[in-house]
Design a protein around this ligand. Structure first.
Ligand code: ADP
Length: 264
């Protein structure tokens, strides 16, 4: 009996280590695939603006004598726009790594979400061309302990995405209400939504849904940064579809601490 048990145990151990090996091999392959995807995406995002800058600079240098002032201005404008894009991209990457490593600690001011959403909406309105933006915020929301600049960035990212991934002339709505000691906000659009299988992965760095609209416009960092910021505030963020007849709703829940009671 002891022999049988011992050999069964040996087989079980072998199987377990085999399963372990297979799992490890799978994990290694997945990590390798992710690393390759990350590198290729990163190189693409860095190279695209660089190629435009180089092209414009070369034209300026080569055809300097023959260029009309308007053409020269166009080329200089391209250099400036693309350099700004590159700068934003690198800044986003830095912010993202600093926030997730805990190096960038959000400020903890008392913040009114209505002000933050209002400021993000104002910024977004400057770039919105063909979308209507509706704010539906419950009056008297409790104040949040938050970093207003970082939170504004989150709402700006979400409104920007909602417009990028939904048809022109549709409405993007930002809702906010108080719920179980938290403030819950949603940014909803009338777009095609995010397939169930991608709803968690869209928060990974550089992950983008295959074959979607508006793909040329992004870098795959906005939602990853937004998640890092929201989590650094002790909140949660997730993507849903089919709420309020919407395509996509990104739902954020932030803890609403009661403000300290001041002595009379
Ligand atoms: P980017 O928009 O720069 O690609 P994000 O991290 O903001 O990067 O978003 C990741 C991906 O999630 C997008 O490429 C897009 O495929 C998908 N996505 C984000 N927001 C929406 C939305 N409101 N509707 C549909 N798809 C979305």
């Amino acid at each position: 009996l002891i022999d049988t048990l011992a050999s069964q145990a040996a087989v079980a151990v072998e199987r377990t280590s085999l399963v372990g090996d297979i799992q490890k091999a799978r994990l290694d392959a997945e990590t390798e695939r992710l690393r390759a995807a990350l590198l290729s995406s990163l190189s693409h995002d860095l190279r695209t603006p660089l190629v435009s800058i180089l092209g414009a600079a070369t034209s300026l240098y080569t055809y300097d004598e023959t260029l009309k002032p308007a053409q020269r201005l166009d080329l200089v404008q391209t250099i400036q726009d693309e350099a700004e894009r590159l700068n934003r991209f690198v800044q986003n990457l830095l912010d993202m790594t600093r926030i997730s490593s805990g190096a960038l600690r959000p400020k903890a001011d008392w913040v009114d979400l209505a002000d933050v959403v209002g400021a993000a909406a104002e910024r977004a309105r400057r770039i919105l061309r063909r979308h209507r933006l509706r704010l539906d915020l419950e009056p008297g929301l409790p104040l949040l302990r938050a970093d207003p600049v970082l939170l504004e960035q989150v709402f700006f990212n979400l409104i920007d995405n909602a417009c990028k991934y939904s048809p022109k002339d549709t409405t993007v709505t930002v809702w906010a209400r108080r719920q179980d000691g938290r403030v819950v906000a949603e940014v909803c659009d009338r777009g095609r939504g995010i397939p169930e299988a991608d709803r968690e992965r869209v928060f990974d760095m550089f992950y983008r849904v295959q074959g979607g609209d508006g793909q040329a416009a992004g870098t795959g960092l906005g939602l990853a940064i937004s998640r890092a910021i929201v989590e650094a505030h002790g909140g949660t963020i997730e993507a849903r579809s089919g709420l309020h007849d919407a395509g996509t709703c990104i739902v954020i829940a932030l803890p609403a601490e009661p403000p300290p009671t001041l002595p009379d």
